[in-house]
Design a protein around this ligand. Structure first.
Ligand code: PHE
Length: 494
Protein backbone atom coordinates (compact mmCIF):
# COMPACT_ATOMS: atom_id res chain seq x y z
CA UNK A 1 0.00 0.00 0.00
CA UNK A 2 1.41 3.36 -1.02
CA UNK A 3 1.94 6.21 1.45
CA UNK A 4 -1.07 8.21 0.30
CA UNK A 5 -3.20 5.06 0.47
CA UNK A 6 -2.16 4.44 4.07
CA UNK A 7 -2.96 8.06 4.93
CA UNK A 8 -6.45 7.83 3.49
CA UNK A 9 -7.16 4.43 5.06
CA UNK A 10 -6.01 5.80 8.40
CA UNK A 11 -8.32 8.83 8.10
CA UNK A 12 -11.28 6.56 7.33
CA UNK A 13 -10.46 4.47 10.42
CA UNK A 14 -10.28 7.57 12.58
CA UNK A 15 -13.58 8.84 11.19
CA UNK A 16 -15.37 5.62 12.15
CA UNK A 17 -13.64 5.06 15.48
CA UNK A 18 -15.28 6.53 18.47
CA UNK A 19 -12.64 8.18 20.62
CA UNK A 20 -9.65 7.12 18.58
CA UNK A 21 -7.49 4.25 17.32
CA UNK A 22 -4.09 2.83 18.13
CA UNK A 23 -1.54 2.92 15.31
CA UNK A 24 -0.53 -0.69 16.02
CA UNK A 25 -4.07 -1.84 15.59
CA UNK A 26 -4.39 0.10 12.34
CA UNK A 27 -1.19 -1.47 11.04
CA UNK A 28 -2.48 -4.98 11.88
CA UNK A 29 -5.82 -4.27 10.22
CA UNK A 30 -4.32 -2.82 7.07
CA UNK A 31 -1.68 -5.53 6.98
CA UNK A 32 1.17 -3.04 6.68
CA UNK A 33 4.31 -2.42 8.67
CA UNK A 34 3.78 -0.26 11.74
CA UNK A 35 6.39 2.20 10.47
CA UNK A 36 4.17 2.91 7.47
CA UNK A 37 1.35 4.00 9.77
CA UNK A 38 3.77 6.08 11.86
CA UNK A 39 4.93 7.76 8.63
CA UNK A 40 1.30 8.51 7.71
CA UNK A 41 0.71 10.01 11.18
CA UNK A 42 3.75 12.29 10.72
CA UNK A 43 2.60 13.40 7.26
CA UNK A 44 -0.92 14.12 8.51
CA UNK A 45 0.45 16.09 11.44
CA UNK A 46 2.43 18.24 9.03
CA UNK A 47 -0.84 19.18 7.30
CA UNK A 48 -2.06 21.07 10.34
CA UNK A 49 -4.78 20.02 12.71
CA UNK A 50 -6.31 17.16 10.72
CA UNK A 51 -5.60 14.57 13.39
CA UNK A 52 -4.33 14.62 16.91
CA UNK A 53 -1.79 11.95 17.78
CA UNK A 54 -0.55 11.12 21.21
CA UNK A 55 2.44 8.91 21.71
CA UNK A 56 2.08 5.99 24.07
CA UNK A 57 4.00 2.89 24.85
CA UNK A 58 2.71 -0.56 25.66
CA UNK A 59 4.18 -3.94 26.48
CA UNK A 60 3.83 -6.67 23.94
CA UNK A 61 4.76 -10.32 23.79
CA UNK A 62 6.85 -11.37 20.84
CA UNK A 63 8.34 -14.67 19.66
CA UNK A 64 12.12 -14.88 19.73
CA UNK A 65 14.04 -16.36 16.81
CA UNK A 66 13.95 -19.75 18.47
CA UNK A 67 10.28 -19.19 19.34
CA UNK A 68 9.49 -18.73 15.66
CA UNK A 69 11.30 -21.94 14.84
CA UNK A 70 9.31 -23.86 17.45
CA UNK A 71 6.04 -22.35 16.21
CA UNK A 72 6.91 -23.70 12.79
CA UNK A 73 8.53 -27.08 13.50
CA UNK A 74 7.27 -28.03 16.95
CA UNK A 75 8.84 -27.99 20.40
CA UNK A 76 12.11 -29.79 21.10
CA UNK A 77 10.33 -32.47 23.13
CA UNK A 78 7.70 -33.09 20.46
CA UNK A 79 10.38 -33.40 17.80
CA UNK A 80 12.26 -35.89 20.03
CA UNK A 81 9.07 -37.88 20.52
CA UNK A 82 8.35 -37.88 16.77
CA UNK A 83 11.83 -39.08 15.85
CA UNK A 84 11.65 -42.23 17.98
CA UNK A 85 10.68 -45.33 15.95
CA UNK A 86 8.79 -48.31 17.50
CA UNK A 87 12.01 -50.26 17.97
CA UNK A 88 13.50 -47.31 19.92
CA UNK A 89 16.68 -45.34 19.21
CA UNK A 90 20.17 -45.52 20.81
CA UNK A 91 20.60 -42.63 23.27
CA UNK A 92 23.82 -41.30 21.65
CA UNK A 93 22.11 -41.10 18.28
CA UNK A 94 19.25 -39.08 19.71
CA UNK A 95 21.71 -36.71 21.35
CA UNK A 96 23.31 -35.97 17.99
CA UNK A 97 20.12 -34.23 16.85
CA UNK A 98 20.06 -30.43 17.20
CA UNK A 99 16.99 -30.55 19.46
CA UNK A 100 18.12 -33.79 21.18
CA UNK A 101 19.44 -32.65 24.56
CA UNK A 102 16.74 -30.14 25.51
CA UNK A 103 14.01 -32.27 23.99
CA UNK A 104 15.15 -35.40 25.88
CA UNK A 105 15.06 -33.67 29.27
CA UNK A 106 11.65 -32.10 28.64
CA UNK A 107 10.13 -35.28 27.18
CA UNK A 108 11.44 -37.30 30.13
CA UNK A 109 9.91 -35.00 32.70
CA UNK A 110 6.58 -35.10 30.83
CA UNK A 111 6.90 -38.92 30.84
CA UNK A 112 6.50 -39.01 27.05
CA UNK A 113 9.55 -41.26 26.67
CA UNK A 114 11.45 -43.86 28.70
CA UNK A 115 15.02 -45.18 28.80
CA UNK A 116 15.94 -48.85 28.64
CA UNK A 117 19.08 -48.75 30.78
CA UNK A 118 20.41 -52.13 29.66
CA UNK A 119 20.33 -51.39 25.94
CA UNK A 120 20.85 -47.64 26.45
CA UNK A 121 17.92 -47.12 24.10
CA UNK A 122 15.05 -44.66 24.20
CA UNK A 123 11.45 -45.70 23.61
CA UNK A 124 8.14 -43.88 23.37
CA UNK A 125 6.18 -44.14 26.63
CA UNK A 126 2.82 -42.99 25.30
CA UNK A 127 0.83 -43.37 22.09
CA UNK A 128 0.64 -39.72 21.11
CA UNK A 129 1.40 -36.29 22.54
CA UNK A 130 -0.09 -32.84 22.33
CA UNK A 131 2.48 -30.11 21.58
CA UNK A 132 1.14 -27.40 23.82
CA UNK A 133 4.27 -25.28 23.62
CA UNK A 134 3.82 -24.95 19.89
CA UNK A 135 0.10 -24.21 20.29
CA UNK A 136 0.77 -21.44 22.79
CA UNK A 137 3.40 -19.85 20.61
CA UNK A 138 1.04 -19.91 17.65
CA UNK A 139 -1.50 -18.11 19.79
CA UNK A 140 0.98 -15.35 20.55
CA UNK A 141 1.94 -15.16 16.92
CA UNK A 142 -1.66 -14.51 15.93
CA UNK A 143 -1.87 -11.63 18.39
CA UNK A 144 -3.71 -13.46 21.16
CA UNK A 145 -1.05 -13.39 23.83
CA UNK A 146 -3.68 -12.15 26.27
CA UNK A 147 -5.35 -15.59 26.17
CA UNK A 148 -2.34 -17.15 27.91
CA UNK A 149 -2.00 -16.92 31.66
CA UNK A 150 1.03 -15.42 33.43
CA UNK A 151 2.45 -18.82 34.34
CA UNK A 152 2.46 -19.97 30.69
CA UNK A 153 4.02 -16.77 29.45
CA UNK A 154 6.74 -16.78 32.08
CA UNK A 155 7.61 -20.38 31.34
CA UNK A 156 7.97 -19.66 27.62
CA UNK A 157 10.01 -16.57 28.48
CA UNK A 158 12.31 -18.71 30.64
CA UNK A 159 12.80 -21.06 27.69
CA UNK A 160 13.71 -17.96 25.65
CA UNK A 161 10.90 -18.60 23.20
CA UNK A 162 8.99 -15.47 24.12
CA UNK A 163 10.14 -12.01 25.06
CA UNK A 164 8.37 -8.94 26.29
CA UNK A 165 9.06 -5.78 24.31
CA UNK A 166 7.97 -2.22 24.74
CA UNK A 167 6.38 -0.84 21.62
CA UNK A 168 5.71 2.77 20.95
CA UNK A 169 2.54 3.65 19.15
CA UNK A 170 0.21 6.58 18.58
CA UNK A 171 -3.28 7.06 19.87
CA UNK A 172 -4.92 8.84 16.95
CA UNK A 173 -8.11 10.87 17.10
CA UNK A 174 -9.82 13.60 15.05
CA UNK A 175 -8.23 17.03 15.00
CA UNK A 176 -10.01 20.40 14.78
CA UNK A 177 -9.90 20.51 11.00
CA UNK A 178 -10.51 16.80 10.49
CA UNK A 179 -11.41 15.68 7.00
CA UNK A 180 -11.04 12.39 5.16
CA UNK A 181 -9.76 14.02 1.99
CA UNK A 182 -6.19 15.26 1.98
CA UNK A 183 -5.33 18.42 0.10
CA UNK A 184 -1.72 18.39 -0.97
CA UNK A 185 0.22 21.30 0.46
CA UNK A 186 2.36 23.42 -1.79
CA UNK A 187 6.05 23.43 -1.04
CA UNK A 188 6.93 26.30 -3.33
CA UNK A 189 5.50 29.68 -4.17
CA UNK A 190 5.84 29.99 -7.93
CA UNK A 191 5.75 32.96 -10.30
CA UNK A 192 2.58 31.52 -11.90
CA UNK A 193 0.77 31.41 -8.54
CA UNK A 194 1.61 35.07 -7.95
CA UNK A 195 0.64 36.10 -11.48
CA UNK A 196 -2.73 34.31 -11.39
CA UNK A 197 -3.35 35.14 -7.75
CA UNK A 198 -4.33 31.53 -6.98
CA UNK A 199 -1.76 31.39 -4.18
CA UNK A 200 -4.53 32.82 -1.99
CA UNK A 201 -6.46 29.55 -2.18
CA UNK A 202 -3.42 27.30 -1.77
CA UNK A 203 -2.28 25.68 1.41
CA UNK A 204 1.47 25.92 2.00
CA UNK A 205 3.64 23.49 3.84
CA UNK A 206 5.33 25.19 6.79
CA UNK A 207 9.12 25.35 6.84
CA UNK A 208 10.89 22.88 9.08
CA UNK A 209 13.63 24.94 10.62
CA UNK A 210 14.70 21.98 12.74
CA UNK A 211 15.63 19.84 9.72
CA UNK A 212 19.29 18.90 9.44
CA UNK A 213 21.15 20.05 6.38
CA UNK A 214 22.70 17.55 4.02
CA UNK A 215 26.39 17.07 4.78
CA UNK A 216 28.24 18.51 1.80
CA UNK A 217 29.94 15.89 -0.31
CA UNK A 218 33.46 17.20 -0.70
CA UNK A 219 37.13 16.40 -0.38
CA UNK A 220 39.02 16.60 2.91
CA UNK A 221 42.36 18.19 3.55
CA UNK A 222 45.00 16.27 5.43
CA UNK A 223 45.82 17.80 8.85
CA UNK A 224 49.32 18.70 7.61
CA UNK A 225 47.77 20.74 4.82
CA UNK A 226 45.39 22.45 7.23
CA UNK A 227 48.24 23.49 9.52
CA UNK A 228 50.32 24.54 6.50
CA UNK A 229 47.52 26.90 5.45
CA UNK A 230 47.67 28.54 8.87
CA UNK A 231 51.46 28.98 8.81
CA UNK A 232 51.23 30.39 5.31
CA UNK A 233 48.60 32.84 6.55
CA UNK A 234 50.88 34.00 9.36
CA UNK A 235 53.80 34.61 6.98
CA UNK A 236 51.53 36.49 4.57
CA UNK A 237 50.21 38.68 7.39
CA UNK A 238 53.83 39.52 8.22
CA UNK A 239 54.52 40.55 4.64
CA UNK A 240 56.53 37.51 3.52
CA UNK A 241 56.57 36.13 -0.03
CA UNK A 242 56.49 32.38 -0.74
CA UNK A 243 59.55 30.82 -2.37
CA UNK A 244 59.17 28.25 -5.18
CA UNK A 245 59.88 24.88 -3.54
CA UNK A 246 58.72 22.62 -6.35
CA UNK A 247 61.88 20.53 -6.68
CA UNK A 248 62.56 17.66 -4.32
CA UNK A 249 65.76 16.84 -6.17
CA UNK A 250 68.66 19.17 -5.60
CA UNK A 251 72.38 19.10 -6.23
CA UNK A 252 74.79 18.87 -3.32
CA UNK A 253 76.03 22.24 -4.49
CA UNK A 254 72.86 24.10 -3.52
CA UNK A 255 71.96 21.83 -0.63
CA UNK A 256 75.42 21.97 1.02
CA UNK A 257 78.29 23.76 -0.75
CA UNK A 258 76.56 27.08 -1.30
CA UNK A 259 75.71 26.98 2.41
CA UNK A 260 79.38 26.70 3.34
CA UNK A 261 78.89 23.15 4.53
CA UNK A 262 82.27 21.37 4.06
CA UNK A 263 82.38 18.33 1.77
CA UNK A 264 83.49 15.99 4.57
CA UNK A 265 80.60 17.04 6.83
CA UNK A 266 78.82 13.94 8.23
CA UNK A 267 75.42 15.12 6.90
CA UNK A 268 76.81 14.50 3.39
CA UNK A 269 77.15 10.80 4.08
CA UNK A 270 74.92 8.03 2.64
CA UNK A 271 73.74 7.38 6.17
CA UNK A 272 72.12 10.78 6.48
CA UNK A 273 71.20 11.72 2.93
CA UNK A 274 69.47 10.00 0.02
CA UNK A 275 71.64 10.36 -3.08
CA UNK A 276 70.27 9.78 -6.56
CA UNK A 277 71.70 7.08 -8.83
CA UNK A 278 69.96 8.29 -11.99
CA UNK A 279 70.74 11.03 -12.83
CA UNK A 280 73.58 10.87 -10.34
CA UNK A 281 75.14 14.20 -11.21
CA UNK A 282 74.05 17.77 -11.91
CA UNK A 283 75.86 19.73 -14.60
CA UNK A 284 74.58 23.26 -14.68
CA UNK A 285 75.96 25.76 -12.20
CA UNK A 286 76.67 29.48 -12.40
CA UNK A 287 80.40 29.17 -13.19
CA UNK A 288 81.72 32.32 -11.53
CA UNK A 289 79.76 31.70 -8.38
CA UNK A 290 80.88 28.05 -8.29
CA UNK A 291 84.50 29.22 -8.46
CA UNK A 292 83.95 31.63 -5.56
CA UNK A 293 82.31 28.85 -3.49
CA UNK A 294 85.24 26.55 -4.24
CA UNK A 295 87.64 29.29 -3.18
CA UNK A 296 85.91 30.16 0.10
CA UNK A 297 85.85 26.45 1.08
CA UNK A 298 89.43 25.67 0.13
CA UNK A 299 91.29 28.93 0.66
CA UNK A 300 88.94 31.25 2.48
CA UNK A 301 88.40 34.91 1.69
CA UNK A 302 86.10 37.76 2.80
CA UNK A 303 88.04 37.76 6.07
CA UNK A 304 87.67 33.98 6.56
CA UNK A 305 90.36 31.26 6.54
CA UNK A 306 87.96 28.77 4.91
CA UNK A 307 88.19 25.05 5.64
CA UNK A 308 91.51 24.52 3.85
CA UNK A 309 90.76 21.31 2.01
CA UNK A 310 90.72 20.14 -1.59
CA UNK A 311 87.18 21.09 -2.75
CA UNK A 312 85.97 18.81 -5.52
CA UNK A 313 83.31 19.62 -8.09
CA UNK A 314 82.39 15.91 -8.32
CA UNK A 315 81.17 16.05 -4.74
CA UNK A 316 79.13 19.21 -5.41
CA UNK A 317 77.57 17.66 -8.51
CA UNK A 318 75.97 14.74 -6.65
CA UNK A 319 72.20 14.82 -6.89
CA UNK A 320 70.19 14.17 -3.74
CA UNK A 321 66.72 14.52 -2.24
CA UNK A 322 66.99 17.90 -0.54
CA UNK A 323 67.65 17.53 3.17
CA UNK A 324 66.37 21.00 4.06
CA UNK A 325 64.47 23.85 2.42
CA UNK A 326 67.48 26.08 3.12
CA UNK A 327 68.67 24.82 -0.29
CA UNK A 328 65.78 26.82 -1.78
CA UNK A 329 66.61 29.85 0.37
CA UNK A 330 70.17 29.65 -0.92
CA UNK A 331 69.04 29.64 -4.56
CA UNK A 332 66.73 32.59 -3.87
CA UNK A 333 69.44 34.62 -2.12
CA UNK A 334 71.82 33.97 -5.03
CA UNK A 335 69.11 35.19 -7.39
CA UNK A 336 68.58 38.26 -5.22
CA UNK A 337 72.30 39.00 -5.35
CA UNK A 338 72.14 39.09 -9.16
CA UNK A 339 69.81 42.11 -9.12
CA UNK A 340 71.40 45.40 -10.15
CA UNK A 341 70.18 47.13 -7.02
CA UNK A 342 69.70 45.22 -3.74
CA UNK A 343 66.17 45.36 -2.32
CA UNK A 344 65.23 44.03 1.14
CA UNK A 345 63.17 40.83 1.05
CA UNK A 346 61.14 38.61 3.35
CA UNK A 347 60.76 35.06 2.05
CA UNK A 348 59.16 31.89 3.37
CA UNK A 349 58.65 28.29 2.32
CA UNK A 350 56.76 25.26 3.62
CA UNK A 351 57.57 22.02 1.87
CA UNK A 352 58.92 18.51 2.00
CA UNK A 353 62.48 17.44 2.81
CA UNK A 354 64.13 14.01 3.07
CA UNK A 355 66.59 12.46 5.49
CA UNK A 356 67.84 8.91 5.76
CA UNK A 357 66.60 8.49 9.34
CA UNK A 358 65.94 5.41 11.45
CA UNK A 359 62.15 5.31 11.52
CA UNK A 360 60.38 5.52 14.87
CA UNK A 361 57.28 7.05 16.47
CA UNK A 362 58.42 10.60 15.76
CA UNK A 363 60.73 10.21 12.75
CA UNK A 364 60.05 9.38 9.13
CA UNK A 365 62.46 9.59 6.19
CA UNK A 366 60.52 12.63 4.99
CA UNK A 367 58.90 15.60 6.66
CA UNK A 368 57.97 19.22 6.01
CA UNK A 369 60.03 22.24 6.92
CA UNK A 370 58.74 25.73 7.53
CA UNK A 371 61.39 28.34 6.82
CA UNK A 372 61.54 32.12 7.09
CA UNK A 373 64.30 34.34 5.62
CA UNK A 374 64.76 38.11 5.95
CA UNK A 375 67.45 40.05 4.08
CA UNK A 376 68.09 43.72 4.77
CA UNK A 377 70.82 46.17 5.62
CA UNK A 378 71.88 46.37 9.23
CA UNK A 379 69.84 43.49 10.69
CA UNK A 380 71.03 42.19 14.07
CA UNK A 381 70.46 39.19 16.30
CA UNK A 382 67.93 41.39 18.11
CA UNK A 383 65.91 41.62 14.90
CA UNK A 384 65.93 37.83 14.60
CA UNK A 385 64.74 37.41 18.19
CA UNK A 386 62.09 40.09 17.69
CA UNK A 387 60.71 38.57 14.52
CA UNK A 388 60.68 35.11 16.11
CA UNK A 389 58.70 36.52 19.04
CA UNK A 390 56.23 38.05 16.61
CA UNK A 391 55.97 34.82 14.58
CA UNK A 392 55.44 32.57 17.60
CA UNK A 393 52.97 34.97 19.23
CA UNK A 394 50.80 34.56 16.15
CA UNK A 395 50.91 30.81 16.82
CA UNK A 396 49.74 31.38 20.37
CA UNK A 397 53.23 30.75 21.82
CA UNK A 398 54.43 33.60 24.01
CA UNK A 399 57.03 31.95 26.24
CA UNK A 400 60.13 31.68 24.05
CA UNK A 401 63.76 30.97 24.94
CA UNK A 402 66.94 30.81 22.87
CA UNK A 403 69.92 28.51 23.22
CA UNK A 404 73.24 28.86 21.36
CA UNK A 405 73.62 26.19 18.67
CA UNK A 406 75.71 25.38 15.62
CA UNK A 407 74.94 25.31 11.91
CA UNK A 408 77.68 25.39 9.26
CA UNK A 409 75.88 28.28 7.52
CA UNK A 410 74.82 30.52 10.42
CA UNK A 411 76.76 32.43 13.05
CA UNK A 412 75.47 33.01 15.63
CA UNK A 413 72.96 30.14 15.64
CA UNK A 414 70.13 29.65 18.10
CA UNK A 415 67.73 26.88 18.87
CA UNK A 416 64.29 28.09 19.94
CA UNK A 417 62.43 26.56 22.88
CA UNK A 418 58.86 27.17 23.94
CA UNK A 419 57.21 26.32 27.23
CA UNK A 420 54.71 23.52 26.72
CA UNK A 421 51.84 24.02 29.20
CA UNK A 422 50.66 20.42 28.82
CA UNK A 423 54.05 18.75 29.24
CA UNK A 424 55.16 21.41 31.80
CA UNK A 425 58.58 21.74 30.21
CA UNK A 426 60.55 23.63 27.59
CA UNK A 427 60.45 21.89 24.20
CA UNK A 428 62.58 22.61 21.15
CA UNK A 429 60.52 24.28 18.43
CA UNK A 430 63.12 25.23 15.83
CA UNK A 431 66.52 26.40 14.74
CA UNK A 432 67.68 29.81 13.54
CA UNK A 433 70.64 32.05 12.89
CA UNK A 434 72.37 34.80 10.93
CA UNK A 435 73.77 33.53 7.61
CA UNK A 436 77.56 33.62 7.49
CA UNK A 437 79.48 36.04 5.23
CA UNK A 438 81.19 32.94 3.73
CA UNK A 439 77.76 32.02 2.36
CA UNK A 440 76.43 35.47 1.36
CA UNK A 441 79.47 37.31 -0.02
CA UNK A 442 80.39 34.73 -2.72
CA UNK A 443 76.78 35.12 -3.96
CA UNK A 444 77.49 38.79 -4.53
CA UNK A 445 75.28 40.34 -1.86
CA UNK A 446 76.49 43.76 -0.60
CA UNK A 447 78.70 43.56 2.49
CA UNK A 448 76.33 45.50 4.72
CA UNK A 449 73.39 43.18 4.01
CA UNK A 450 72.52 40.76 6.79
CA UNK A 451 70.25 37.73 6.32
CA UNK A 452 68.47 36.19 9.27
CA UNK A 453 66.57 32.93 9.00
CA UNK A 454 64.82 30.19 10.93
CA UNK A 455 63.31 26.81 10.36
CA UNK A 456 60.94 24.40 12.07
CA UNK A 457 59.04 21.24 11.21
CA UNK A 458 55.37 21.19 10.20
CA UNK A 459 54.78 17.72 11.66
CA UNK A 460 55.58 18.67 15.26
CA UNK A 461 52.95 21.43 15.67
CA UNK A 462 50.43 19.32 13.69
CA UNK A 463 50.85 16.34 16.01
CA UNK A 464 50.48 18.57 19.06
CA UNK A 465 47.44 20.36 17.57
CA UNK A 466 45.58 17.15 16.63
CA UNK A 467 46.77 15.05 19.59
CA UNK A 468 48.58 12.48 17.44
CA UNK A 469 51.37 10.63 19.26
CA UNK A 470 52.73 8.45 16.49
CA UNK A 471 53.82 10.03 13.23
CA UNK A 472 52.79 6.86 11.41
CA UNK A 473 49.18 7.74 12.19
CA UNK A 474 49.70 11.04 10.38
CA UNK A 475 51.76 10.01 7.35
CA UNK A 476 52.03 6.72 5.46
CA UNK A 477 49.99 3.61 4.77
CA UNK A 478 48.62 3.33 8.31
CA UNK A 479 46.74 6.62 8.10
CA UNK A 480 43.07 6.20 8.93
CA UNK A 481 41.09 8.17 6.36
CA UNK A 482 38.35 8.74 8.90
CA UNK A 483 40.90 10.68 10.97
CA UNK A 484 41.49 12.89 7.93
CA UNK A 485 37.73 13.37 7.40
CA UNK A 486 37.10 14.14 11.05
CA UNK A 487 39.97 16.51 11.82
CA UNK A 488 38.56 20.01 12.15
CA UNK A 489 39.94 23.14 10.51
CA UNK A 490 43.02 24.45 12.23
CA UNK A 491 43.26 27.69 14.21
CA UNK A 492 46.78 27.88 15.59
CA UNK A 493 46.18 30.68 18.08
CA UNK A 494 43.27 29.04 19.92
N1 PHE B 1 68.09 24.22 7.84
C1 PHE B 1 67.97 24.08 9.26
C2 PHE B 1 67.52 22.65 9.58
O1 PHE B 1 67.39 21.88 8.68
C3 PHE B 1 67.02 25.07 9.85
C4 PHE B 1 67.56 26.48 9.72
C5 PHE B 1 67.05 27.29 8.76
C6 PHE B 1 68.52 26.93 10.57
C7 PHE B 1 67.52 28.58 8.61
C8 PHE B 1 68.97 28.23 10.47
C9 PHE B 1 68.49 29.04 9.49
O2 PHE B 1 67.30 22.31 10.73
Amino acid sequence: MADAGVMEALLRRVEKADGGVDSLEVAADLGVDHQMVVGAVKSLQALGDVISAEQRSSKQWELTGEGNEVAEQGSHEARVFNSIPVEGIPRNELMKLAFGKVGFTKAMSSKWIKVDKEQDRIFKAVESVEDQVKEKLLQVQSGQASLLDDKDRNELKKRKLLSEVTVKSYWISKGQSFSTTITKQETELTAEMIASGNWKEKKFKPYNFEAMGIAPDCGHLHPLMKVRTQFRQIFLEMGFTEMPTNNFIESSFWNFDSLFQPQQHPARDQHDTFFLSDPALAHEFPTDYLERVKKVHSEGGYGSQGYKYDWKIEEAQKNLLRTHTTAVSSRMLYKLAQQKEFTPVKYFSIDRVFRNETLDATHLAEFHQIEGVVADRGLTLGDLMGILHQFFTKLGITKLRFKPAFNPYTEPSMEMFSYHEGLKKWVEVGNSGVFRPEMLLPMGLPEDVTVIAWGLSLERPTMIKYGINNIRELVGHKVNLQMVYDSPVCRLDS
